[in-house]
Ligand binder design. Structure first.
Ligand code: GLN
Length: 238
C-alpha cells in the first residue's frame, strides 16, 4: 500500500510539473529602476510588479526567477527566450503589440513632466524649442519625439535625467506619473506638470505564440483582482 501511495505521489508530481509550459521556473525580465513598480532595496529587487508576479507564480504553480536588465534589452531577451515574460511597468502600446503578446492591463498610467520648481512650462506645446529629457525607448520618448520642434535629449536612465534637471542641462523630463511622484518626493526643488494626453495601460509581455501562458496569466490576474490581493498591493505601494 505504502509503495502504491509513493508511486501515486511521484505520478501526481510529474503531472503537475507537465502542466507548466516551461517546467517549474518562470523567468521574468524586468528593469529595477522604476519605483514603485520595480526597484532595488538593500540589494533585493522589490516593488508592485515584483509582488504581483510572485502572486501570479503561486497561482500558476511556477517558481518566479527575476532577471534584471536594461529596459531596452527586455523585449529582445523575450524574443531570444532568455526570459519567458516581461513585467516592467511596460505600456502595451501599438508598436510593441506588433512583436509581443500582452496580458490584460493591470495598471493605468500617464506621462507627465518633471520640471524645476520655478519653471513655467505647463503643457506639451510649451516644450517646443526646449531641451527635454526622455529615457531611450520609453513611451515618453516616443511621445515627444513626434513633436519635431522639441530638442529631445535621450538618456539611458531616469537618474541621468534628474541630474540634468538639477544642473539645468534639461528644462523638463518626461516620464510615467508614479515614478515621477517618487522622484519629486525624493528630490527637493522638482515638481510635476500634468499633461492633457491619453492614459496608458501597463501589461505583462509574452512571446506572441505563447497563447496558453497568456491565458494562464490573465486568469491569475483576474483572481488576484477578485481575491483582494490587488487592492492590498496598491495600498502598499501607492
Ligand atoms: N511605461 C513606460 C514604457 O513602457 C516606461 C516603463 C519603464 O520605464 N519601466 O515605456
Amino acid at each position: 500500500m505504502k509503495k502504491i501511495l509513493k508511486v501515486l505521489k511521484v505520478l501526481s508530481i510529474c503531472v503537475l510539473a507537465s502542466v507548466s509550459i516551461y517546467g517549474k521556473t518562470l523567468y521574468v525580465g524586468t528593469n529595477a529602476e522604476f519605483a514603485p513598480f520595480e526597484y532595488l532595496e538593500n540589494g533585493k529587487i522589490t516593488g508592485f510588479d515584483m509582488e504581483l508576479v510572485e502572486e501570479i507564480g503561486k497561482i500558476i504553480n511556477m517558481d518566479v526567477k527575476i532577471e534584471n536588465m536594461s529596459f531596452d534589452g527586455l523585449l529582445p531577451a523575450l524574443q531570444m527566450k532568455k526570459v519567458d515574460i516581461v513585467i516592467a511597468g511596460m505600456t502595451a502600446n501599438e508598436d510593441r503589440k506588433k512583436f509581443v503578446g500582452f496580458s490584460d492591463p493591470y495598471y493605468t498610467a500617464k506621462q507627465v513632466l518633471l520640471v524645476k520648481e520655478g519653471s513655467n512650462i505647463g503643457s506639451l506645446e510649451e516644450l517646443k524649442g526646449k531641451k527635454v529629457g526622455a529615457v531611450l525607448g520609453f513611451t515618453g520618448d516616443l511621445m515627444i519625439s513626434k513633436i519635431k520642434e522639441i530638442n529631445v535629449e535621450r538618456v539611458s536612465s531616469s537618474v541621468g535625467a534628474i541630474m540634468g534637471l538639477k544642473n539645468e542641462k534639461l528644462e523638463a523630463f518626461i516620464l510615467d506619473l508614479a515614478p515621477a511622484e517618487n522622484f519629486a518626493k525624493n528630490n527637493k526643488g522638482l515638481k510635476i506638470v500634468s499633461l492633457d494626453i491619453e492614459d496608458e495601460e501597463y501589461a505583462i509581455a509574452t512571446r506572441k505564440d505563447e497563447i496558453k501562458l497568456l491565458e494562464k496569466i490573465n486568469s491569475a490576474l483576474k483572481e488576484i483582482k477578485q481575491n483582494g490581493t490587488y487592492e492590498k498591493l496598491l495600498s502598499k505601494y501607492f
